[in-house]
Structure formats: structure tokens, C-alpha cells
Design a protein around this ligand. Structure first.
Ligand code: 4AD
Ligand code: MG
Length: 477
């Protein structure tokens, strides 16, 4: 089928030419003006039907949501806000849409309602704009790393290890759940399971990508990860995508620099390549801001927030320095924090992270050198015997967007930590062997892709930046 994309027509404006466009009707006014959208851009193309000659039965079938193929001449539009329109010569209904039953009406729907019709919300301006930006960001991720000589490693989705040691995993099994095989001790006998051992969906590709960093030097993985934590927040999904670079010969400072360069590159890419969608999302975010109490409103608009990230150096400070700031902060002294900070070692909650970013420094922050006790087993132990070379990047409105560290490359130190934490040494044998054979200092981090998309699109709920969100109690579609 010869067809033009609406985006190309609106850009090139080949006036006088006959074109064929296909898409979905957004509105049909006065039995004459069709607003058609094919998802190639946020903008609709207006097609004008000559109702005096059009066939009545066909006109009736042009309803919001219907799918049409239109052939006609592209002419200058007398209407404001659009350079060109199509004078319809032939019109075919590809798919009817019953206006009485179609849940998407040409009016504003709440994001909550749209989640219930996730199979149709793709047809809204908001969700389609978000998904175009999401696509652009995925492309930019690969471009960034490819330009720097990093290799994309596809780490497995099904694994036998728990990378974060947090235990919030989804099991993978083909055992009959109504008749589980038992061993002598009465426990489930996983030897009879598909892989002959217990397996789960991965929570992170890090451990596996480390094996390739210690061979190809600069690598990354970008794939779906799964966490069975019961968090019903606007920042957590049970299935989310994570970008995890892993580099040999990088220390924690090199790691922080890469994270900062990476985030700046992605924000710049969005500004340069997603202008129309960002302008639309900016307006919708502004409207949303107005419904918030004045003291909780964002001072900067969406586009300005992106520019701000690109133009400013991130504030780097140690966990210990951050604790001092928080302990002496007004909300701590006035007991406004839900979790008060009274001593070194406390885990930081998102209220603390956001205080540092939004109130104290007013810019993105990288915290590093955290207490070992609140971080994962694989992080490099510092000389002080208390902290590890961990780093978190904190963003306004989001909190933690990146978590990473320099890795413990010393065999004895790593083994000691695994034993202290009672982690299953037998499952980590291969991870330990990396430290036995040609170990190297190395570092990496994980960027939560949906949290990035939240920041770039200004969407407040993470469930609206992934096509089909998975969260407790929801796996429809
Ligand atoms: O801090 P996390 O747990 O770190 C890791 O998984 C490391 N293995 C990464 C590495 O060093 N290679 O997760 C990394 C990021 C977080 O900063 C956050 O942006 C995102 O992943 N994230 C989530 N995003 C959505 N829903 C969830 N449940 C998330 N949990 C973490
Ligand atoms: Mg983390």
C-alpha cells in the first residue's frame, strides 16, 4: 500500500500533490472536517470531505476512533494552526468504531481510567507522546554507548542467582503446583524442575554482565528486570527495564562521571529530538501542577528542568556529609520528616533524598560511600572498614534514578562478605571465580529506564510511562 506518514506531510508540505494517508479519527466536525492521527506525530492532519457529494452511509461511519484510508490533494489550509490539509477524493473505512461503545471520547480522561483500558490508551495524545519519547530514549541509550565503544550484552532473563540479595524474586518453574515433588527432608525437590534447580526472573543483569566487562572492558545490558516487592508507589513496578553499564578499569569516580555524562546526554537528546512531544507534555504537566497545593508545585517547567540537568554540574557528596546536612536540617529539627535522622548508618528515605535535591542543593545529587550495612554484598569495601564505594544519583521529583558502585574485586573480601550475609555461596561460585582469574578493578550502575522516562516526560506515575504496567494485583492485557 502506498501511503504517506502524516509527520512527513506536515514537515515537507508537498502542496498540490495527491497523497494517501491512513490513521484513526480523532474528531469529525460538521460532517466535513476529519482530524486524522497515525501516531507518527502528536499533530493531526485535517482532511476535508465535500459532504454535498459524499455518500451519506459512509459519512455516518466516520466516527471518533474509526480507522480510515484517505486519498486526496494536499492544499494550503485556511484554518489556523495547520499549514496544510487534504481535500478528500476517495475515502475508505478500514475499521468501524461504534461511537456508543467506544470508551475513548474526544475529551480529557483521567490517567487512572486510561490504565483500565491500556489496550486503547495508546490512542491518546498523552500516552502516544510518552511512548514516542520512550522510543527516542531507548535509541539514545544505544547510541551513547555505541559511540563510546561499549558492547551491548544480552544477559539472561531466567537466572539461578539473586543479584541484589534482597530475595524479592518471581519464581520460574514447570513443576505441578498441585503435586510438588519432595525430597527426603520434605522440601520441594527442584532437581525434578525444568532446569534441575531453583530459578527465578532476574532482578538485575549486573552479575552476568560483569563477566563480559572482565573480557570486553566496556559493556552494558539493557533489558527487563523483575521485582516481587509489594510496593504500591508511583516509582515502583514489578516489571521494569534497566540499563546497566559495567566497565573494567573504572573506579567509583569514573563511574560517577559516566553516570552524569549519560543522564545529560539523554536529556539533551530529548530536547533536540522530541520537541513537539515535549511541548505537549510540558503543557499537560503545567495543568497538573495547578491542581497541586502551591508549596508542592515545581518551580520549573518540564523543558526547563531538562535544560537545568544539561547545564548544571551534579552535586557530589558522601553519605556522611549528607547525614550531617540532614541531621541539622529544619524538617529534621522540627520533626517534619516521617523518619528522623539521628545517627550515622540510617538508611535514607525518599523524603531525605528529595530534601537534598529539591530544597538544599536544588540540583541533581550524587551520594557516594554509603554504610556497608545498607548496601548490596558486591560493593567495594572502603579502607575505613565501615563504608562501601556505592553511589546513588538523585533527581528532582524522582529521588533515586541510578544506583551503582565500584565492585569488590578482591576474592577474600568478597567471600568474607558473602559469608557474613549468609548468601548462598554455592550459587555464586562463578561470580567468585571472576576474582580468582585475572580480577580487575571495575564499576557499574543501573539506570531505571521508566524513572528516566518519568523525568523526561514529567509523568508523575510510573505506570503511565510503560506500555503495560505490572504492579501488585495487576497483570491484565
Ligand atoms: O539500585 P538498584 O536496585 O541497583 C541494581 O539493581 C544494581 N544491580 C545496578 C547496577 O549496579 N548494575 O536498581 C537500579 C535502579 C534504581 O536506581 C531505580 O532507578 C530502578 O533501578 N529501580 C526501579 N524502577 C522501577 N521499579 C522498581 N521496582 C525499581 N527498583 C529499582
Ligand atoms: Mg538502589
Amino acid at each position: 500500500m502506498k501511503r504517506s506518514k502524516i509527520n512527513d506531510l506536515l514537515r515537507a508540505q508537498p502542496e498540490g500533490q495527491d497523497v494517501t494517508v491512513m490513521g484513526w479519527v480523532r474528531t469529525f466536525r460538521n460532517n466535513q472536517f476529519i482530524s486524522l492521527n497515525d501516531g507518527s506525530t502528536i499533530n493531526n492532519l485535517q482532511a476535508v470531505v465535500d459532504y454535498t457529494t459524499a455518500d451519506e452511509a459512509t459519512l455516518k461511519r466516520i466516527t471518533t476512533g474509526a480507522c480510515l484510508s484517505i486519498t486526496g490533494t494536499l492544499v494550503q489550509s485556511p484554518a489556523k494552526g495547520q499549514p496544510v490539509e487534504v481535500k478528500v477524493k476517495a475515502l475508505e473505512i478500514l475499521g468501524d468504531c461504534d461511537p456508543e461503545k467506544y470508551p475513548l471520547q474526544p475529551k480529557k480522561h483521567s490517567l487512572e481510567f486510561l490504565r483500565e483500558i491500556a489496550h486503547l490508551r495508546s490512542r491518546t495524545n498523552t500516552i502516544s507522546a510518552v511512548m514516542r519519547v520512550r522510543h527516542a530514549m531507548a535509541y539514545a541509550v544505544h547510541r551513547f554507548f555505541n559511540d563510546r565503544g561499549f558492547y551491548y550484552i544480552h544477559t539472561p532473563i531466567i537466572t539461578g542467582s539473586d543479584a541484589e540479595g534482597a530475595g524479592d524474586m518471581f519464581k520460574v518453574t514447570t513443576l505441578n503446583l498441585n503435586n510438588l515433588p519432595k525430597d527426603e527432608a520434605g522440601s520441594i525437590n527442584y532437581k525434578e524442575d525444568f532446569f534441575g534447580k531453583e530459578t527465578n526472573l532476574t532482578v538485575s543483569g549486573q552479575l552476568e554482565v560483569e563477566t563480559y566487562a572482565l573480557a570486553l572492558s566496556e559493556t552494558y545490558t539493557f533489558g527487563p528486570t523483575f521485582r516481587a516487592e509489594n510496593s504500591n508507589t508511583t516509582r515502583h513496578l514489578a516489571e521494569f527495564w534497566m540499563i546497566e553499564p559495567e566497565m573494567a578499569f573504572y573506579d567509583i569516580h569514573d563511574n560517577m562521571q559516566l553516570a552524569e555524562d549519560f543522564l545529560k546526554y539523554l536529556c539533551r537528546y530529548a530536547l533536540d529530538n522530541c520537541a513537539e512531544d515535549l511541548e505537549f507534555l510540558n503543557k499537560r504537566a503545567q495543568e497538573e501542577e495547578l491542581s497541586k497545593p502551591q508549596d508542592q508545585r515545581n518551580e520549573l517547567g518540564l523543558v526547563d528542568r531538562l535544560k537545568f540537568v544539561v547545564q548544571n554540574q551534579f552535586q557530589r557528596l558522601t553519605y556522611t556529609e549528607a547525614i550531617d546536612i540532614l541531621r541539622n536540617s529544619n524538617p529534621n529539627k522540627k520533626k517534619k520528616f516521617q523518619y528522623l535522622i539521628d545517627q550515622w548508618g540510617a538508611d535514607l528515605q525518599s523524603e531525605h533524598e528529595r530534601y537534598l535535591v529539591e530544597k538544599h542543593f536544588k540540583k541533581p545529587v550524587i551520594l557516594y560511600n554509603y554504610p556497608a550495612a545498607i548496601k548490596a554484598f558486591y560493593m567495594r569495601q572502603n579502607e575505613d572498614g565501615k563504608t562501601v564505594a556505592a553511589m546513588d544519583v538523585l533527581f528532582p521529583g524522582i529521588g533515586e534514578i541510578i544506583g551503582g558502585s565500584q565492585r569488590e574485586e578482591r576474592y577474600d573480601n568478597l567471600l568474607k562478605r558473602i559469608k557474613e550475609l549468609n548468601l548462598p555461596e554455592k550459587d555464586l561460585w562463578w561470580y567468585l571465580e571472576l576474582r580468582k582469574y585475572g580480577s580487575a578493578p571495575h564499576s557499574g550502575f543501573g539506570l531505571g529506564f521508566e524513572r528516566l522516562i518519568q523525568f523526561v516526560t514529567g509523568m508523575t506515575n510510573i505506570r503511565d510511562v510503560i506500555p503495560f504496567p505490572r504492579y501488585p494485583g495487576n497483570a491484565e492485557f
